[in-house]
Each structure stands twice: as C-alpha cells, then as structure tokens.
Design a protein around this ligand. Sequence first.
Ligand code: PDD
Length: 284
Amino acid sequence: MIYLNGEFMPIEKAVIPVLDRGFIFGDGVYEVIPVYSRLPFRLGEHLERLQASLDSIRLGNPHEANTWQELITRLVGLNEPEDQSLYLQVTRGVARRDHAFPANTAPTVFIMSSPLLPPTAEQISDGVGAITASDNRWARCNVKSTSLLPNVLLRQLAVDAGCAETLLVRDGQLTEGSASNAFVVSNGIILAPPKSNLMLPGITYDLVLELAAANNVAYEVRNIAETELARADEIWITSSSREILPVTTLNGQPVSNGRPGPVFKRMHGLYQEYKAQVMRSAPV
Ligand code: PDD
C-alpha cells in the first residue's frame, strides 16, 4: 500500500499525471526513512531535513510534522513487514511545462513502503568494495533533491566495477558516496567530512558522531584529502538503508589489511545497541 495525495491505495493503482514537475524537471525532494519493528527510526530528524530541503527549493511544506507522523504511522500499519523502508517524495505538482514556478499548484505528496533490506551478514563481516570518482554534481548537494541523474551515473560506475559504492572527490577532498556518507579512520580516530553544501547532511552520519561522542570514541570533523584514502586504516559508508558498512577494497586495492577494522566493529555494535534500545523504549 502507498499514500498518494490524500489517499491510501495499492501501488498498482497509483498514477501520476505526465505533467508532474517531478517527472518533467525532477522538481522535488525526498526522504528515505527506515522502520524497525514498525517504528520509524529518527523520524523527527528526517522531517526536519525534509523541511530544510523544501525551504531550499522554495516549496511550502504540505503538512505539519504531526500530520506527516499520522500518515506514516497509518502507512506502516497497512503494510506487512515489521521492518520497512519508507520513501517519501514531495514535488511542485502538475502544471503546463514551464521552468518557472507555477502559480497556485498543489504539491504532489507520495509515500511508499518497501521491505527493508538490511546489509547482509557477509557485507558486515567482509566489507564491500568501493571506487573513487570525481564529484561532478551540482553545488547544492545538501538538498535531498529527486534530481539524482549525477548520483545515478556515479553509482553505476561502482556497479560496473563490481563494487557497492562510488566515493566522490571534489577539489582533492572526499565529499561523500553516491548515495551514502563516508568516514575514514586514521590512527584510531574517526574522521568525518564537515557538513557543507557539497554533501548531504546524513541522519546516519549524525547518529555515528553522536554515538562516538557519547561513548568516548575519538573523532574529528575535518576535510579528508583524497591522498588520505589510500593510506586509511578504515573506510566506512553510512546511510539509512545500509546503516554502517566497512569498505575493505578501494579501487581494487585492500584498505589496510582488507578486513573490517576494530573501530568499525565498535561503532557497528554501538549502532545496533542504540537501535535495540530505541525499540525497547518506544510506547507499544
Ligand atoms: N540516500 N548522501 C547521499 C548522496 C545520499 O543519497 C544518502 C542517502 C546519504 C545518507 O543519508 P542518510 O543517513 O540520511 O540516509 C548521504 C538514500 C538512502 C537514498 O537515496 O536511497
């Protein structure tokens, strides 16, 4: 079941007019929210980032936070799996094709649920491969925009190379992955690229740094030079769907000894503990 513009319906019934600006221009923003045991994880943070994205593209928020919460709770209840991945999209609506904003057009609001596919045990125990590529996206990567063609092309480079992710480098610095944030561990210290217009402020990125701070795991938020990647002790990627994954080969070369490192294992444990604690403390 999905939600589209005020109605819940089977996905097969859901139809969008061809003049939707999401279809014509990619004129919209989105969120991906994991749901564990029917509880949306960090929903408040996702709704805040949605607001920031809408503000950035000058589109009014169609709903108050409590309405979003109600819609999401209902949709989660209408779908079978205990663990779901919610995809939520707001576009500038349906209008005659013209680049400029249409007047008085209602936004299109779409929410769908898919089964959540967490990382496999093998990905966690062995890590994944990544490649690097030049970050040729626009200069507003902090907006979670549905205009994802550059990300699509960059991710495909990884798939073509038999890898899981493409790590992006702009002006000699690591920005993020094509659909994830990136971390490096150097001399036992977690390094995280500082938030800027050149990367998405990840909800998982924030949680990793929160957990590091709360558990006295050393970290530093600073620019990471491309040259530091080749000699990193560890590299990780994070996202709402992939949680935290160790990158154990980069451009075909092993990262350090080619195995997930001790700081990853600690952070992965803290992350799973945190998830379990959130689920335990939620109202039934
Ligand atoms: N992508 N950077 C980019 C470019 C992303 O697309 C994503 C997530 C992230 C991680 O953000 P978060 O931790 O909030 O999921 C960073 C989602 C999962 C997607 O497009 O499917």
